[in-house]
Design a protein around this ligand. Sequence first.
Ligand code: FDA
Length: 435
Amino acid sequence: MGSDVVHDIIGVGFGPSNLALSIAVEEHNAGLTAADPRLEALFLERQPRFGWHRGMLIDDATMQVSFLKDLVTLRNPTSDYSFLCFLHERGRLIDFLNQKTLFPLRVEFHEYFEWAAARVAHLVAYGSEVTGVVPVRDGDGHVACFDVTSRDAAGTGPSVTRRARNISVAAGLEPHVPPGLELGDRVWHNSRLIPRAAELAAAGEPVRRIVVLGAGQSAAEAVDYLHRTFPDAEVCSVFTKYGYTPADDSPFANRIFDPEAVDVYFSAPSEVKQSLLDYHRSTNYSVVDMELIESLYATAYRQKVAGRERLRFLNISRIRDVEPGAGGLDVTVEYLPTGERQVLEADVLVLATGYRPRDLTALLGEAAKLCLRTDGDAVRVGRDHRVETVPEVSAGIYLQGATEHSHGLTSTLLSTVAVRAEEIHRSVLAGHGAG
Ligand code: FDA
């Protein structure tokens, strides 16, 4: 055991979701009245320091959510952890306002997250990868706590075990690699785009061709970034659609990200849930900001006029094979309408093929066996984000991120992190002392 402390909450992962929760806890503890219990919380993060999708911090990429949906404002508009307070502290408030936008640069929002994370650093153990969660049973078999084991991310140091009445699992999604493809020196997932591109540029070898697979926002951003970064390279964008689909960020559709929409979705029958996901998929999945679509098209057209086409779009196409080749990789691409195949000699293949929820069973270990599941084998989660467990468990497992099936599209996004943090905070308080 690391210490004798029994924490009220141990967080698994410290991205924006658990960062928002840590601030809710910090504000709770700062404003205690005699009737309120103090909450002991600790968040375990495997990265050595705070980082939010660092591999995709492209210099000119902007947020796809309003800055008012920051870590706190929808929960507590007077919080001094808001994006506006951050801007004020950095002396940029008025300069930001003059831009007349709700959508800050991604790098700037990352800076905001880092600023907020630094203020709650006493609640975080970085370099701590959670490797298992074990139920602690009393003589009657009742589980009021979990032992959470972590090791340093290199896996070299001793493991540490800490005890908690509740855990908040917000470990994010993991990069998806389509079947038949494998990551390697020349095959990257876009989640590592910036460091891998920097390594390639530093190697000093001529880069002639890069193939990017995918048609979502990350794919389009990768195509644009690589095209700018390697001015002598041809960049081929391969996807099965006819063309990129624009993201629907229109006001009525955007209401699907309102806190109230989570209530509606949660209590809807499963066929209504499915139809909502299907109707509004284009707010988030496999879609691209219109401005970027137009800019890519304009660049490609300018090149056509100039007679030097460096940006190529291989639509209605699939990658059928990837083999080592004389120029690095031989990427076989099939044009689906005719079945015709061509082999592209490429230096690198970038898989912008999305993310999938992490395997909860692997993450939670023994504790996963206590979770109830739906007929479709999804974990059953209450409206308060607490996983439904077998009756002998009073300890809480809260889930953030991997709950699209129960809480809808905002689950993996930032839109409701502040409100969700409050819901979990209240639920933990309601159960405080239970068990
Ligand atoms: P997130 O993935 O951010 O954090 C999970 C953390 O858990 C990570 O730090 C990870 O290291 C850690 N972890 C995992 N396993 C662990 C273990 N076993 N032990 C300890 N730590 C562990 N959404 C949006 O609403 N607006 C936007 O503009 C964007 N933009 C955007 C850009 C890019 C490039 C991507 C890839 C995604 C977005 N998103 C987004 C969606 C994105 O999922 C969302 O912004 C947050 O990252 C979700 O925050 P979480 O904290 O839930 O997960």
